[in-house]
Design a binder for this molecule. Sequence first.
Ligand SMILES: Cc1cc2nc3c(=O)[nH]c(=O)nc-3n(C[C@H](O)[C@H](O)[C@H](O)COP(=O)(O)OP(=O)(O)OC[C@H]3O[C@@H](n4cnc5c(N)ncnc54)[C@H](O)[C@@H]3O)c2cc1C
Length: 415
Amino acid sequence: MKPTLIIGGGIVGLFSAYFLQKEGIEVQVIDQTDMQDNCSTGNAGMITPSHIIPLAAPGMISKGISWMFSSKSPFYIQPRLDYKLAKWCLLFFKATSETQVKKSIPYLNHITLLSKSLYVDFQLEHPESAVALSKKGLMMVYQTEAVEKEEIELAHLAKNYSLEAEVLTPADIRNLEPNLEVKARGAIFFPGDSHLDPGALYSFLRKYLEEKGVKFLPNTQVLGFEKSGNKVNAVLTDKGKIEADKVLLCGGAWSAELAQELGFSLPLMGGKGYSFIQDNQPTISLPTILTERKVAVSPYGSFVRFGGTLEIAGTNQKVNMNRVKGIFESINQYYPDFQAKFPQENQVWKGLRPCSPDGLPYIGFAPGYENVLVGAGHAMLGVTMAPATGKLLAELHQKKKTSMDIQGFEVGRYN
Ligand SMILES: Cc1cc2nc3c(=O)[nH]c(=O)nc-3n(C[C@H](O)[C@H](O)[C@H](O)COP(=O)(O)OP(=O)(O)OC[C@H]3O[C@@H](n4cnc5c(N)ncnc54)[C@H](O)[C@@H]3O)c2cc1C
């Protein structure tokens, strides 16, 4: 029997392997890198069912345009002559309509809650994993009246989807974050969110899957496919041909290029972001988003990770220290007493979020193929949605009923 090949050993590929091996399927994971560092290893590790609004939301265009003129802004598209970028921007613009956003919200709501429950099961099943899912909730702090209004509206919306959300005063914030001053007008607290160390999760999964017989092929780049009719028979790599029973395309921001090789369109752009670690002095306790700056703060006891910026960058991975400066400067804007030290370039982690134009992932069969599945385009929520994506792909692979309606994630929606 030929194996099922997973192209891409990011968190989506690993959770897909996890659920497939549970079904007794022989799995091989192919990755072009040594699998030590990808978008899934140094992100903020937040599991956020609270994030039900896609990136492409009403108001994003006007905000985006004003941010375009600042090299330290949270969102940036470098203007350049690029057909794929122009097409993606057009589709992104269309997706900011209220109708589209209303359609997307229930899908994001269902998949993030499904994932959350799978993370709880995962932790119970693997107490040895050291992947502590901290259930401290998430605090979205804000400093301006305009953002306060937006965040309170978001809290009401979240409540409509049965998510808990509390509006906090500065005094409430002081109670929750007692060790240092938080300069904020207020905050929304989402008790149902949680966070974990993404690097620890990634290392655990990799080792566990290897022990369970999943074969890893690092430093192997997929260049093309051997097809007949509506099937892929083999994957062509820089190390030779690998025969396949089924193929899962989980290539993160590179998935568009692989889709092109398969003859269909999968609009995707890499949304480059950065993070860096600091000694946690004085100690920040709560996972927090500095909302105006869109900076994520993930505390892990003695250290804390700050992450942010989204630069529509294709697959260019160059570090822009000016944008890192934007994240760095926001630290003392919100935590005036925090002992922040500007990181060296080699201390900065970078990752390409795989961004679809409408903010929904692509999950399902590839158009025109009966043995190719796709799990890509999870943008800012890849860690959050990875277990559910892996489970859904394993269900489709095994021709089982899926755990939720996946129509909104249709892979061929832009063909
Ligand atoms: C600063 C920052 C903070 C973030 N914070 C959070 C957060 O708090 N919560 C959350 O849920 N998400 C967060 N994210 C988003 C999350 O990190 C991503 O959505 C997720 O990691 C994407 O996983 P993936 O498996 O799809 O892609 P990746 O991790 O990029 O993996 C794709 C893999 O495919 C491989 N590949 C691609 N093409 C080929 C090929 N041709 N041949 C072989 N291999 C190939 C690549 O080498 C790569 O290893 C954050 C991202 C950033 C940048």
